[in-house]
Write a protein that binds this ligand. Structure first.
Ligand SMILES: *[C@@H]1O[C@H](CO)[C@@H](O)[C@H](O)[C@H]1NC(C)=O
Ligand SMILES: *[C@@H]1O[C@H](CO)[C@@H](O)[C@H](O)[C@H]1NC(C)=O
Ligand SMILES: *[C@@H]1O[C@H](CO)[C@@H](O)[C@H](O)[C@H]1NC(C)=O
Length: 440
């Protein structure tokens, strides 16, 4: 299926974005440094998972029941195990993506790999094949029908935005939305409306989910208040029917963490007199705070909400981050080539386990609050070929191959592998719909 005629396209970003080289809120500039610090730090001490948890690269197998808990026995409909999409492989595909770099105007500069001169296109022709089932193709009109009369909000960091833009581009191949508003530096808060199904889709910038002060000039640490949800999104919960939470990479940065009015500790803060506590614990706590606030506020009013937590998306920097090919692979990994372990697995598990906890807590609201992990860490790990790399900038090699170029091996090209996240999300939503039809 090809993209329809989409112009004049309301998704189009203001022209100045196209030429702005340095994006103020982007963490490109600090990311490589942070990663360097992280790995330096990671390999020395403290943030390494406790010995015994990952003994000598032994593969860590998470039982599939973590992501798809067994249904009640004897319940006819729920006897079928839902598709476990977390294990599988990328297989070659022949169909074009639903959109391309010119058909969808909302792609953030920097993810628009084709138009920035990325020469290879092979990375566009892979499909995720779960081991025991088929993942249905994304269907924009069905997706909008599932969402009918609802408001879906993406909340988190630039990965949340990456997933949102993928979704908007796929939906725009069926129906063009109108932009309701765009606020904040670099359009951090935006909302679109799809009149055909009375659907609203929005994005909220909240890289910690909890209340936080991003590092700024003169203060080189993020400050996070772990027991307060970030009201920039949470105060709108009354208007939100479905929320996708997606955070991760901002937690790798140097930070000071607060709980109540005391300092809990910090991460990578050698110049401050605080205890190093790493970021795994607070990352988990961020989900807990966000999910509890969501359950409490929606539950208190007897309102419905569907919550999806997108799990951590691994980066693929290889070698030196500022060399021309910092993520030079142009093929996915075979399943057996890579084991999910270390930080990627720890971050993933925080999300998945907090979702399981939250499901228990949501039970008292009898099906009105549904929560699922969008467990993409492993399938993302297998796609080193899907990042912008040097093509985060326009034609990075137009003056010959430079010695040093900035690379983005964290975000995903659009179109690209992240389209699959939304395909899986659609399947989760379909499962929810079938379940409620069944009176479950
Ligand atoms: C992108 O999609 C548009 C609309 O379908 C089409 O006209 C255009 O040729 C496509 N561009 C490329 C490079 O395929
Ligand atoms: C979408 O947003 C508009 C403008 O804020 C609002 O009037 C409308 O009720 C919203 N629709 C849904 C389904 O949330
Ligand atoms: C650092 O903290 C320790 C323990 O709380 C305290 O004894 C020491 O005076 C502090 N040092 C500075 C420079 O604040």
């Amino acid at each position: 299926m090809k993209m329809g005629n989409c112009s004049p396209n309301p998704l189009k970003e203001k022209p100045q974005f196209l030429f702005r080289k340095v994006l103020p809120k982007s963490f490109y500039a600090v990311l490589p440094i942070a990663l360097f610090l992280l790995y330096f730090y990671y390999s020395s001490h403290l943030t390494r998972p406790p010995a015994g948890e990952f003994p000598n690269n032994t593969p860590v197998f998470i039982p599939s029941s973590v992501s798809s808990p067994p249904r009640h026995k004897g319940d006819r409909k729920f006897n079928e195990t839902p598709c476990d999409y977390t294990n599988g492989k990328w297989v070659p595909d022949t169909l074009d993506p639903l959109y391309n770099d010119t058909s969808c105007g909302t792609i953030k500069e920097g993810r628009n790999c084709r138009s920035h001169g990325r020469p290879d296109v092979g990375y566009l022709y892979w499909r995720w094949k779960p081991r025991k089932c088929e993942l249905p193709r994304f269907n924009p009109s069905a997706f909008l029908a599932f969402l009918g009369n609802k408001h879906l909000a993406f909340v988190g960091d630039s990965m949340a935005r990456n997933q949102l833009e993928s979704l908007l581009c796929m939906l725009a191949s069926f129906a063009s939305p109108t932009l309701l508003y765009s606020n904040g530096d670099d359009s951090e808060f935006r909302r679109w409306h799809f009149p055909s199904h009375n659907v609203n889709i929005s994005v909220y910038w909240s890289p910690f989910l909890v209340k936080g002060i991003e590092k700024h000039e003169g203060y080189n640490y993020n400050q996070l208040y772990m027991d307060f949800v970030d009201e920039r999104w949470a105060s709108d919960l009354g208007l939100i029917d479905m929320v996708v939470l997606s955070i991760g990479h901002w937690y790798l940065h140097p930070a000071v963490y607060f709980e109540g009015d005391r300092v809990l500790g910090c991460h990578f803060c050698p110049s401050l007199n605080h205890t190093e506590i790493g970021f795994y614990g607070v990352f988990r706590k961020a989900f807990r705070t966000a999910l509890e606030a969501t359950i409490q506020r929606k539950g208190a009013n007897g309102n419905d909400i569907d919550v999806v937590v997108t799990t951590f998306s691994p980066h693929h920097f290889e070698g030196e981050w500022d060399k021309a090919g910092a993520c030079p692979k142009i093929l996915p990994y075979e399943e057996a080539e890579r084991v999910l372990e270390g930080m990627d697995e720890e971050m993933r598990r925080s999300g998945v386990e907090e979702v399981e906890e939250a499901k228990l807590s949501a039970k008292q609201h009898r099906g009105k609050i549904r929560i699922a992990a969008l467990d993409v860490t492993k399938l993302a790990m297998l796609r080193p070929d899907g990042h912008p790399g040097p093509y985060m900038h326009r034609f990075p090699f137009s003056n010959g191959v430079q010695d040093r170029v900035q690379n983005d091996c964290v975000h995903w090209c659009l179109p690209g592998p992240i389209d699959t996240w939304n395909e899986i999300m659609m399947d989760i939503m379909k499962g929810w719909r079938d379940q409620s039809k069944d009176g479950g």
